[in-house]
Design a protein around this ligand. Structure first.
Ligand code: PHE
Length: 356
């Protein structure tokens, strides 16, 4: 057989097969086409392959090469048609015949195991703290993360010129909204901010709740610190507030010591160092002795009479204490985490270690 005749026959076969397979619209016809072209006994490819025998020896390599191309082309077109009709192109077992068509489901393959998430160490810590403080009689409250100057500063006895209000130390928000909100009340416009401490919740609770009260509030606070191993621009605090008649510093120390013992374990001692906060008087820094060193966990003190007055509570009748502890520190101590940034990298390989 002449080479050009052979090549022409191959060419038109490929064209015809492609045209049919491009329009085939049901599994049965597809199977008929498969048999017609690739059938093992009398498929078109088989017939042409037989003709290869009668090709001149010198033309055989070219003819064979073209034959392979055409066979691959037809197989590809078959595969595409099968995909289009929703069938797997390659069927396990290599069966042919109408029964082997249709969507392939192999019940012996292993399933895809859903990945179950774990509770973030900070969330675990928040729950743990709530549980301990709940046993000490403290109710959990919440406050907004976007605050006004009144709750973040003014009512907390932090005057206008206090460095804590410096724009460099706070995330103030764009002023447009604040201006329109304040103008309703007639107050001077003041920008809102992301709260820099949870002490804001002390004010919100005393403004609305009847006395006596005993609350904690856990949540996020924001300060524009450059992130390093011990700083992050967002972190969590636990605020505590107890207002009643005759609340004393003894009770403050007892509550914080009971809390520390319960959270960190039996060997914890607690130390108060004199300090200053505008909203407590006297004020202290709270240190815990843990694993051979003093570690600062937050601030505390007796509620300043000016704060009581700003929310309409008579300081001659009522007294109280407040404290604010850093949640990340408590969490990191307990879990042996040394870099706060690891908590917020969202690296599941790291976070999964703390699965409960
Ligand atoms: N708000 C203080 C801080 O962020 C902590 C504090 C809370 C101190 C309550 C005294 C009383 O540093």
């Amino acid at each position: 057989m002449a080479l050009d005749q052979f090549l022409t026959a191959l060419g038109s076969m490929l064209e015809e097969a492609r045209a049919c397979l491009a329009t085939v619209d049901n599994a049965e016809s597809l199977e008929q086409l498969r048999v017609k072209y690739t059938g093992a006994k009398s498929g078109a490819l088989k017939t042409v392959q037989k003709m290869l025998g009668s090709i001149d020896v010198k033309d055989k390599p070219a003819a064979g090469m073209r034959f392979n191309e055409v066979r691959d082309g037809i197989e590809e077109a078959l595969g595409q048609a099968a995909l289009r009709l929703g069938q797997a192109a390659h069927r396990p077992g290599g069966g042919s015949g109408p029964q082997s068509l249709g969507p392939v489901f192999d019940p012996t393959l292993p399933g895809l195991r859903p990945r179950i998430g774990t509770i973030h160490p900070i969330t675990q810590t928040l729950e743990h703290l709530k549980e301990i403080m709940g046993r000490l009689g403290f109710n959990v409250t919440e406050g907004p993360e976007i605050e006004d100057q009144w709750h973040n500063f003014v009512a907390l006895n932090i005057p206008e010129d206090h460095p804590a209000r410096d724009p460099l130390d706070n995330f103030y928000l764009a002023t447009a909204k604040a201006v329109s909100a304040e103008s309703v009340t007639g107050d001077p416009p003041a920008p809102r901010l992301l709260r820099s401490q949870t002490s804001t919740v002390q004010i919100r609770v005393m403004e609305t709740e009847p006395l006596p009260l005993r609350i904690i509030s856990l949540g996020r606070v924001y300060r524009p610190d450059a992130p390093d191993a011990t700083h992050f621009p967002m972190f969590h605090q636990m605020e505590g507030l107890w207002v009643d008649r005759n609340v004393t510093m003894t009770q403050l120390k007892s509550v914080l010591r009971l809390f520390a013992t319960s959270y960190l374990g039996g060997d914890v001692s607690i130390r108060f160092r004199p300090s200053f906060f505008p909203f407590t008087e006297p004020s202290v820094e709270v240190d815990y002795w843990w694993n051979g060193q003093w570690i600062e966990f937050g601030g505390a003190g007796m509620v300043d009479p000016n704060v009581f007055q700003s929310v309409g509570i008579d300081p001659e009748i009522w007294s109280g204490f407040a404290f604010g502890l850093g949640v990340e520190r408590l969490c990191m101590r307990r879990f042996g985490i040394t870099d706060i940034r690891d908590l917020y990298r969202s690296d599941v390989r790291f976070l999964r270690q703390f699965a409960t």
